[in-house]
Design a protein around this ligand. Structure first.
Ligand SMILES: Nc1ncnc2c1ncn2[C@@H]1O[C@H](COP(=O)(O)OP(=O)(O)OP(=O)(O)O)[C@@H](O)[C@H]1O
Length: 650
């Protein structure tokens, strides 16, 4: 044990050989500590006394303003009050002394000095508080293409061939605004940035495609003037095809860079190197995803964004939330190398000198159905005098308490054409059967009424859940009279496979697509009749996007969410901030049909279990084979290397 004894003061140290000297030192240290404690306590107590006195003074003042008759009784009350206050002070003194003294005798420094910090409430900027409200009414469209827009005849012709007769409210408001800002910028002023928050399927894509093509019409020089950023490949391809449609018959060149094929192929569409070694842009508009953009900025020689005039960010909230949200930083760095335009960063104070010496920054155009109106998030984008167009008005949700109706809680809005309902499922295990019954019922009704089946999209939480649900629905419909053709789309499938399934769905070869949230955002699938949220979405945003796959472009749609009774209150609470055209109603659960199919369901469940086991086995075999081949290859390589060495030695 001696090993662990630390002798801080050795016997040879001067002045501390005696025990008496050590005692003296200890006493003086303890005295000092005691003094410090007392002064700290006194300070706290005097502070509290002051506060107490002030409060008593205030009370006195208030009471002196009351009438005389009441005043007659006051002195006794005041005295009592003062007594009470003093007693309270005494008690608190004791309590603080007790609290600040730990049972082991240590004093916690500053324990009584902690005070609750006052919450500072942020103030939304003016442009967020005073937006221009876009109508959500898609029924009585008054804006004829010819009357409203100052568009080139080629574009008007394409609109006619695409069967666009009238402009949707977003397009009616946004297109002239962008064109006007552009004209304004030609006079030397910087264009204002734009934020658009409009419901799903309201035609936001055309609202930026048309003005960009119009502005870039007839430009002899090939320079990248517009960069359009979307969160994922599928959406970028979709927007690219709209650009292609509307740039037909014009000299506007559009390129796609989403990482679908080899990077060299994309580079060939973006830049050309001439005989003298100079680089030339090959597109006016580049449609891309954040990840691929950063890749090109790093590796594509001669890519020049210094002449950029427009930066469009569709599904802006998702793009900004994504892991690659540093793409703006990389873009700015890239531009800074070749020019002085600012994409990010502090906007300098606008003086005549800045206007004269600095080129305007690219105008940022942000679009989304669930655009964040959080000033902090938007501040990251360094928007220049932004203008907000929104269709979000005060949410009115009859299912929520009346007091909540008064709040300005609207963050997102949904198309008024969507009829939203929920169905309660008591047992979690019976959910697939309930879904099967709902879908077959809908298909039969639609067949009777319209003469064709009902196209439905079902959203599950994950890829695995979507796969299992798809198998179950397939098995159940095999044994039922109404045969539903079911397929699945998850992020695991390649783009080609996904497109193939979507084409079959659009052509009426499939009735149901089960999907993970890979399909939830932005994808424009014509005429989806019903969207079913098989698993409850965790965020209102996700719900808005899922449901938004139906009821597009003014068509009618239906959205059903499958809930357990326990999930209902939180679901209703989540939808508090979503402005809807229709109220949320309950749909009767098809109990009779479910009971009739109980045996078939059990069989289907057993078959699916078998199927999943076989799939897992198959995957394992494939994996083993791969690793086995790899090992064999490795050993073969080693053997051949050894043989070679031997041969060399010989
Ligand atoms: N003026 C119009 N007349 C008729 N159809 C239109 C018009 N404008 C757009 N559409 C069609 O409406 C559908 C939805 O448009 P779009 O994809 O632009 O919606 P969105 O607002 O971007 O939706 P999301 O927020 O879900 O991405 C598309 O099929 C498009 O062709």
């Amino acid at each position: 044990m001696k090993l662990f004894v630390v002798e801080r003061y050795g016997a040879n140290d001067a002045g501390i050989k005696d025990d008496s000297v050590q005692k003296q030192r200890l006493d003086s240290l303890l005295k000092k500590a005691q003094k410090r404690k007392e002064t700290a306590e006194n300070a706290i107590i005097s502070e509290q006394q002051q506060e107490q006195e002030e409060s008593v003074k205030k009370k006195k003042k208030r009471k002196s303003q009351v009438s005389e008759s009441v005043e007659a009784e006051k002195p006794t009350e005041q005295e009592e009050q003062q007594k009470d206050d003093e007693d309270g002070l005494e008690q608190r003194k004791k309590a603080t002394a007790e609290v600040s003294q730990d049972p082991e005798g240590f004093t916690v420094i500053g324990r009584d000095q902690f005070k609750r910090v006052k919450e500072v409430k942020g103030v939304a900027p003016k442009w967020l508080l005073h937006p221009t409200v876009i109508s959500v009414n898609m029924k009585n469209l008054d804006a004829n293409v010819d009357d409203v827009l100052d568009l080139a005849p080629v574009l008007k012709q394409t609109l006619k061939t695409e069967n666009v007769q009238k402009m949707f409210p977003v397009q009616r408001d946004i297109i002239p605004w962008i064109l006007k800002e552009f004209k304004f910028s030609l006079t030397g002023y910087w264009p204002r940035d734009l934020c658009v928050s409009a419901p799903t399927g309201s035609g936001k894509t055309l609202a930026f495609v048309l003005p960009l093509v119009q502005i870039l019409l007839g430009r002899p020089l090939l320079e990248v003037k517009a960069l359009v950023v979307l969160p994922v490949q599928d959406l970028a391809k979709q927007v690219f095809s709209v650009f292609q449609t509307y740039s037909k018959g014009t000299n506007v060149k559009v390129a796609l860079a989403v990482g679908q094929g080899q990077i060299e192929n994309e580079q060939r569409q973006l830049v050309r190197k001439d005989a003298c070694g100079n680089f030339h842009s090959l597109a006016h508009i580049v449609v891309t995803t954040p990840g691929r953009l950063v890749h090109h900025l790093r590796v594509t020689e001669g890519l020049d964004f210094s002449k950029l005039r427009f930066l469009v960010v569709d599904e802006a909230d998702r793009v900004m939330d994504s892991a690659q949200s540093d793409w703006l930083f990389h873009l700015e760095k890239h531009i800074a190398k070749s020019g002085s335009k600012r994409v990010l960063g502090q906007v300098p104070p606008l003086t005549i000198h800045t206007l004269e010496t600095q080129a305007p920054p690219p105008q940022k155009l942000l679009f989304s159905a669930t655009l964040s109106q959080d000033p902090e998030k938007l501040a990251k984008l360094a928007l220049f005098q932004p203008k907000l167009f929104t269709s979000v008005v005060k949410a009115k949700n009859p299912t929520v308490d009346a007091e909540n109706d008064e709040e300005d809680v609207g963050h997102f809005s949904m198309p008024a054409e969507i009829r939203e309902r929920y169905v309660l499922c008591e047992e979690d295990g019976a959910k697939p059967l309930l879904l099967h019954c709902l879908l077959t019922k809908r298909a039969e009704k639609s067949q009777q009424k319209k003469g064709h089946g009902c196209k439905s999209l079902c959203f599950a939480d994950s890829r695995v859940a979507a796969h299992r649900l798809c198998l179950l629905l397939q098995k159940l419909s095999e044994s039922s009279e109404t045969k539903l053709r079911v397929a699945e789309i998850t992020a695991e499938l390649r783009l080609m496979e996904r497109n193939c399934i979507l084409n079959r769905f659009t052509n009426g070869e499939l009735d149901v697509i089960v999907s993970s949230d890979a399909l939830a955002r932005g994808i424009d699938i014509p005429s989806v009749d019903c969207v079913v949220s098989y698993d409850v979405p965790q965020q209102a945003k996700l719900h808005v996007h899922r449901v938004g796959r139906t009821g597009r472009a003014g068509r009618k749609g239906e959205a059903i969410t499958v809930l357990s009774p326990q999930q209902l209150p939180s679901f209703q609470h989540m939808l508090r901030g979503v402005a809807k055209g229709n109220e949320l109603k309950e749909l009767k659960s098809p109990q009779d049909e479910m009971e009739a199919l109980e045996e078939t369901y059990k069989k289907a469940l057993a078959e699916v279990r078998k199927c999943i086991k076989e799939e897992a086995k198959h995957k394992l075999v494939v994996k083993k084979k791969r690793t086995g081949v790899f090992k064999r290859n490795k050993t073969a390589r080693r053997r051949s290397a050894k043989k070679l060495l031997k041969a060399k030695r010989k």
